[in-house]
Design a protein around this ligand. Sequence first.
Ligand code: HPA
Ligand code: ZN
Length: 337
Amino acid sequence: MTNSHQTDLIARLPKAELHLHIEGSFEPELMMALAARNKIDLPFKTLEDAKAAYNFSNLQEFLDLYYQGMQVLRTEEDFFDLTLAYLQRAKADNVRHVEMFYDPQAHTERGVPFGVVTDGILAAIRKGEQELGISSYLIMSFLRHLSEEDGFDLLVESERWHDKFVGVGLDSSEVGHPPLKFERLYQRCAEIGFKLCMHAGEEGPPSYVREALLDIGVDRIDHGNRCMEDPELVSIIRDMQVPLTNCPLSNLSLCVIDDLKKSPVKAQLEQGLLVTVNSDDPAYFGGYIGRNYEKTAEALDLSNDQLIQLARNSFTGSFLPEAAIKAHLASIDESIA
Ligand code: HPA
Ligand code: ZN
């Protein structure tokens, strides 16, 4: 059990969240409210029905529900409400900085314009900065089950907003869609000046993590669990200090691990990797970032120093400028003084 002292410490630590899909923070309560507002039928009538459907045995089963749930997001106000609701929850967990993914193609392909989605999210980000004191960076994600050509189309469509994105990501169905499928697209994104993220090694093999890191040259690996099967790769990741954004409750929900005790987070900390703890899709996986820290600490018997290290890593692994990282690290020191 996490003792109450550790629960306290986790709450007190300033944290950054580096792996969060804003559409994955869509709580069933809000989903039903927006379905009513937009006069759309949902397959579930009650909260209990919705939650009962959130019982996954792999990534694809989750993705099918995730894409279905977001169908009710139609207007700029919907995206604003979604994003602000997440930021309010992040505030309650003492999150100071967020780097959030969103999936524009999942909205434009069902007829919701790129600007409606993006401007709604950006307006909530501004409000979160002004009223909640949380800074947020936005990461535009490509859906990897679509083609590289589709990705180039998105890059063109989004041009007017490029200065609003810190970087790009790659998500959705991993197996069968290796990083090198998007080599030219990522080359172009690097030229534009975007930070490069990719989901790799969640379900896909260690070779996908290698490709992302060594062939594509990503700045951060999302998940990365399966790198642990390749000791040479682990050394490379340690030497490069490339951040890994682990998501323990997501790993458990999607059966990437069958027990939280098998989370790689502790081993990765002990081996000097720059690992962070994040919530991924908190409305679907049973908890926001605080609960991810608590459950992981409990399952792995993490020490206070390891919890503090995770909070420090969340800022060190962020795309914030050096001075801001230093200030956040100082606030961690203050919080534990
Ligand atoms: N993996 C891949 N794609 C996703 C995820 C994830 O965990 N969450 C939302 N899209
Ligand atoms: Zn993810």
